[in-house]
Every structure is written in structure tokens, then in C-alpha cells.
Design a protein. Structure first.
Length: 277
């Protein structure tokens, strides 16, 4: 069950400082980003928005943690997003914009968190003249004991470090380009032959997440088919990342056959929808 609630603000409602957040997407003066492991401070305002099924599930929870949610802010008048403390950044990377309706008299909100990818520290400042919404699945509303939650955070932090394409001691730019060129040729050969061997899968996994850069719907269907034929197990973290790639692919698809193919992949890998159709 998908749940959508309206928030009075982010401050003191969502504890994002201990969460992992994606880099915000800014479009038509709306800001959208994903957040993982979010502590929700339950208020009367939020409680009355929840469906009965959700209330029944969390009634006895002392703390409320949402494993994954999408946060949307409408009609923003200014924003500043900064990434820092990454081994590849010589200095913080910042993107910002002020719109014509920016008001010096209205409060600017701030959130500090760990960036999901690239794994780094992220600060977001914004002024919001519209609404704030949070969307999540009922099954993602969980209760963690303090020790269990800290263990989860450590595992998630490690997973994000592993997911980085190149390590701090990685190779020079020329070698990186050479490596990516060889991988691109490797992908082209698979596309042409329509064949993937166990050795090919090993190469895909060993260079992950480089494969995400070349992931078309047609190629994803081929990977799924060949993995089933060869008995190759796709790890959960790869399925997790592919689920978000499907959201991007879905914005580009046009035919009913493509929509059906995406739904079949979601069902086989038990992937959630990030956006509604």
C-alpha cells in the first residue's frame, strides 16, 4: 500500500541527519529526492492522514522508521545543494538557484545528511512557498531497536562505499577511459551476439556499477533471461539499483510491449515502483 502524507515542514518532523538521501532532482520549481532510513516524528497532524491499516500496524511503535521514501517540495523559490567529504572532490561541489519570487522575509530551511550516491556529505538549503509531501510503502514502515538500527546503518554505509565505481587509489584518467572503452566494446559484442556466458556475468559483476551506464530495456531483458538460463543469482543490491534505473527507463518508453516488459521484470525481482504510471 502506497501512503502519501503532507508535512508542515521537514524540520522536527523527519530526522534526515541520520539518513541517506539521493541528490535532489529540480524540475518546474519542484524538488524531489529519495531518503532511506528516515526517523519520523509522529504528530497528530500526520496521524490523522494515515490510513487505518497503517495506524493498526504502527499503533504500538515507540519510534517510527521509514526504510525508503520519496520527498517532494513544490514551488521552491531558492535552493542550494552542496556535496563534500568525498575522496574525489578537491573542494565542495555546489549547485544553486534563486527564483524571482524569492523572499528575504521567509525562512530558509536546511537539511544535512549522507548522500546516497556518490557517497559523501550533503547539505541542502531551500525556501519553499508550496507544499511538502512524503510518499512511502506501508511495508517500509518498520520498528528498529537502537542496536539493530545502528547495525543497519553501518551495513548501508559499507554498501554505498562498495558501490563507488573507482576507489581512492584508482587509476589515472587515461586508464579509466581505456577501461571504460574496453567495457563499452564488451557490451557492444553482447548486443550483437545476443549471448552472455558465465564469464561475461563475472565481468559485469566485477566492474559493477559500470553496467548501469549502458542499461537499456532491451539489454536488461537479455540479462534477466540469460541469468535464469545459467542459474546466475543477481544480488539484492544490484536489483535495488536496477529498480531505480527502471524508473528512468519508464519515463522514456512508449509502447505497451515495453510497459509489459518492465512490469514482468518488477514482478520477477520483486521491485517496487518509484513513481506512479
Amino acid at each position: 500500500m502506497k501512503i502519501k502524507i503532507k508535512l508542515e515542514s521537514l524540520e522536527n518532523i523527519l530526522n534526515l541527519s541520520n539518513s541517506f538521501c539521493t541528490i535532489p532532482i529540480i524540475m518546474d520549481k519542484s524538488m524531489m529526492f529519495g531518503a532511506y532510513g528516515v526517523d519520523l516524528n509522529m504528530s497528530e497532524y500526520i496521524w490523522y492522514q494515515l490510513p487505518e491499516e497503517c495506524k493498526n500496524k504502527i499503533y504500538n511503535y515507540k519510534e517510527h522508521t521509514i526504510k525508503a521514501m520519496i520527498i517532494t517540495l513544490t514551488n521552491i523559490s531558492a535552493y542550494s545543494v552542496s556535496l563534500s567529504e568525498h575522496e574525489k572532490f578537491k573542494e565542495p561541489i555546489t549547485m544553486e538557484e534563486f527564483y524571482k519570487d524569492f523572499s528575504e522575509n521567509k525562512k530558509i530551511e536546511r537539511l544535512l545528511c549522507e548522500c546516497d550516491f556518490p557517497y559523501s556529505n550533503m547539505s541542502v538549503y531551500f525556501q519553499n512557498l508550496g507544499e511538502i509531501y512524503a510518499e512511502f510503502e506501508l511495508e517500509d514502515c518498520v520498528r528498529y531497536e537502537k542496536e539493530a538500527k545502528e547495525e543497519w546503518r553501518l551495513k548501508e554505509r559499507e554498501r554505498r562505499k562498495i558501490r563507488e565505481i573507482y576507489k581512492s587509489e584508482s587509476i589515472s584518467l587515461e586508464k579509466m577511459e581505456e577501461k571504460e572503452g574496453r567495457f563499452q566494446s564488451f557490451i557492444c559484442n553482447i548486443h550483437m551476439s545476443r549471448k552472455i556466458s558465465k564469464e561475461d556475468f563475472e565481468k559485469i559483476f566485477s566492474t559493477y556499477p559500470l553496467i548501469l551506464k549502458y542499461l537499456s530495456l532491451d539489454f536488461l531483458i537479455l540479462i534477466l533471461k540469460k541469468a535464469e538460463e545459467l542459474g546466475i543469482e543477481i544480488s539484492d543490491n544490484i536489483k535495488y539499483d536496477i529498480g531505480y534505473c527502471l524508473a528512468d527507463l519508464q519515463t522514456e518508453i512508449m509502447t505497451e510491449e515495453e510497459k509489459k516488459a518492465i512490469e514482468e521484470i518488477r514482478k520477477k525481482w520483486n521491485l517496487k515502483k518509484v513513481y506512479e504510471d
